[in-house]
Ligand binder design. Sequence first.
Ligand SMILES: *Cc1c(COP(=O)(O)O)cnc(C)c1O
Length: 402
Amino acid sequence: MKRKSGQNPDITKNWKPATLAIRGGTARSEWGETSEALFLTSGYSYDRAEDAAARFAGEQQGMTYSRLQNPTVEMLEQRIALLEGAEACRATATGMAAMTAALLCQLSAGDHVVAAKAAFGSCRWLTDSLLPKFGIETTTVDGRDVGAWESAIRPNTKVFFFETPANPTMDIVDLAAVCGLARAHGITSVVDNAFATPSLQRPMNFGADVVAYSATKMMDGQGRVLAGAVCGTEEWITGTLLPFHRNTGPTLAPFNAWVVLKGLETLDLRIRRQSENALKVAAFLEGRVAKVLYPGLESHPQHGLAMTQMAMAGPIFSLYVGGGRAEAHGLLNGLELVDISNNIGDSRSLMTHPASTTHYGMAEEARLEIGVTEDMLRLNVGLEDPDDVIADLDKALASIGR
Ligand SMILES: *Cc1c(COP(=O)(O)O)cnc(C)c1O
């Protein structure tokens, strides 16, 4: 039936990513609407009491309550799974809800987790503060060093957790090597793929078990809603994630799911253009500041590795202006077009000072260890004309004598 072709695996298996981004997961209602319908409903009704009983018993297909299922959210989950090349996906209210659920659903007291040191501030809080409170031991390693992952393995290691590229140091983790190591030891690898998205990098092609997202970033892509997603095998999602997800309720609201569905339609276009723009802006900055960390530049120490696992390097990079906080804040204050904002993945160019914002909660020692210094800035390059972004940066740099 054409109305549900986006949810029919016999049909979707022949579609390429650009088609999946527009049509994957779509199931039309009886009205045949072209754009996905927004189902703002918390509950569902049944024709007969026996139908309600059959649905709760899992004997009849259908929805029972929007903490568990919703048609709009389900369209988003299917679209993300198809783009990721994953068997299944569950959406969450935020990226952090996705990371928390992906970890807690499979861990118990006495287990051990190895995580990369360079990570989004709240992801570090999960490994440094939350998991140990529940008796789960964690070790953080330099994610770039495959040997460090291997040495950290203990008999009770259950999970490897990392992002690549990492926020904000742009460290690259060797997906094939680290996920392969996890597989060989019966460890589940959980990859936070927020920076690259399935348009630029599909970790499962390199052996990742679970891929988790902040869909707030590139997937919405226009700075409107918070959302997250967790992808895995059907067995893992149903058997491991769902009991946690259904009963603790980090569910995504249908309206936010609908906004992200619309965002996914243009994800590939946006992320490719933003990656091109970022490369131009990064090349300009390279001549003007102490250091630029962008995997798309040959000067990045892991440029070669990055380009074997990513199609393009993405919209985000970091730079060291030289000096300290005064210079970094001075540059931010000199900007007129680029906004001072800690968000990323937006179609607008945004810049932040990680040490005093996104990574403020991290101990200073830990910050310095991963390279989040006082003169570091992180830039998300948007869809504006890159020449305008460069002119704005040029003026702001001149204002601090660079
Ligand atoms: C933003 C971000 C998160 C958290 O996502 P939210 O949607 O803000 O909860 C997690 N990981 C990375 C790499 C991020 O950039």
